[in-house]
Design a protein around this ligand. Structure first.
Ligand code: SF4
Ligand code: SF4
Ligand code: SF4
Length: 272
């Protein structure tokens, strides 16, 4: 039973957040929301321990589709970055702001870019595409993320500055249109760069938060140098081009690691 300690701890952490927010905000939704996410993550880790090949994808589908369909489409909550700006401007500390604070701003200090590996509904679809391992070297196009980040902020600021009415409705439509654009660009980029995660590497505005915060992540894949034979297999299978054999803070593409554990699964020497 000892091997199931990690999923149990993970579930307990999410339960603590669920109960705290439920009592603090007097809203049962938080209890359901964080319990569901905690249970999905714990299930994924349990499946991984039991060596089920698609463990990560199970969690990704459970959490990603819940957020996209239930929170986004049914509850009408814009969980995209525009929604974050919107709730921030209105001063409402509700679902989208809490989601960003937990998953994308402060959470990465603990679990890095676990969001990108296990929960994002954009990557949930992109990960079905054929280029799970990048077929081309990384391009120097990371600057695009700052353009999309600025565009999202300008879009929401303009709605407020121009006193546009019924912003709530516009934000809902922006969620639908925004997601369609993300999927279209993401799929086109995956095929052009022969890399499923090209959208994550070059276009995603959320990485402006995720990358610097995950630099200090507590959860990190480390390499046992005494076992490593420098075969390069880990680099080959990594969807994000991380040099996981370098334990220093300066490891190449270190802030890109999505904790997918492909490198760990494929290391012939169990050095990771
Ligand atoms: S980089 Fe963006 S699109 Fe990719 S998984 Fe992370 S949040 Fe999702
Ligand atoms: S796969 Fe394992 S042994 Fe090979 S380079 Fe990576 S860490 Fe070292
Ligand atoms: S393969 Fe390893 S280094 Fe690359 S993203 Fe996945 S966990 Fe991180």
């Amino acid at each position: 039973m000892k091997k199931y300690l990690l999923p149990a701890i993970l579930f307990a952490i999410f339960e603590a957040v669920a109960v705290t927010l439920w009592l603090a905000k007097d809203n049962l939704f938080y209890l359901f929301n964080f319990s569901y996410i905690g249970a999905s993550l714990a299930l994924g880790v349990t499946l991984y321990i039991r060596e089920y090949r698609h463990a990560r994808r199970v969690t990704q589908l459970l959490v990603g589709s819940y957020m996209l369909v239930y929170l986004g489409l049914i509850c009408g909550e814009n969980m995209q970055i525009e929604g974050f700006w919107y709730y921030l401007f209105t001063g409402v500390f509700e679902a989208a702001t809490i989601h960003y604070a937990v998953a994308k701003i402060f959470g990465p200090l603990i679990f890095g870019r676990g969001w990108c590996g296990y929960a994002c509904w954009t990557a949930m679809v992109l990960d079905f595409l054929p280029y799970k391992r990048p077929q081309q070297p990384r391009k120097k196009l990371g600057w695009i993320r700052y353009v999309t980040f600025a565009a999202s902020l300008i879009f929401v600021a303009a709605l407020f500055l121009m006193h546009v009415g019924n912003i709530e409705r516009i934000m809902f439509l922006a969620f639908i249109v925004g997601n369609l654009i993300y999927y279209a660009v993401g799929i086109a980029a995956a095929f052009s760069f022969r890399d499923n995660r090209a959208f994550c590497k070059y276009f995603c505005p959320v990485t402006v938060f995720l990358k610097p915060m995950s630099r200090f992540s507590l959860l990190r894949i480390k390499c046992d140098k005494s076992k490593c034979v420098s075969c390069g297999k880990c680099r080959q299978v990594c969807p994000m081009d991380v040099d996981v054999t370098d334990n220093s803070a300066k490891r190449a593409n270190g802030t890109e690691c999505i904790l997918c554990l492909e490198c760990v699964k494929n290391c012939p020497k169990k050095a990771l």
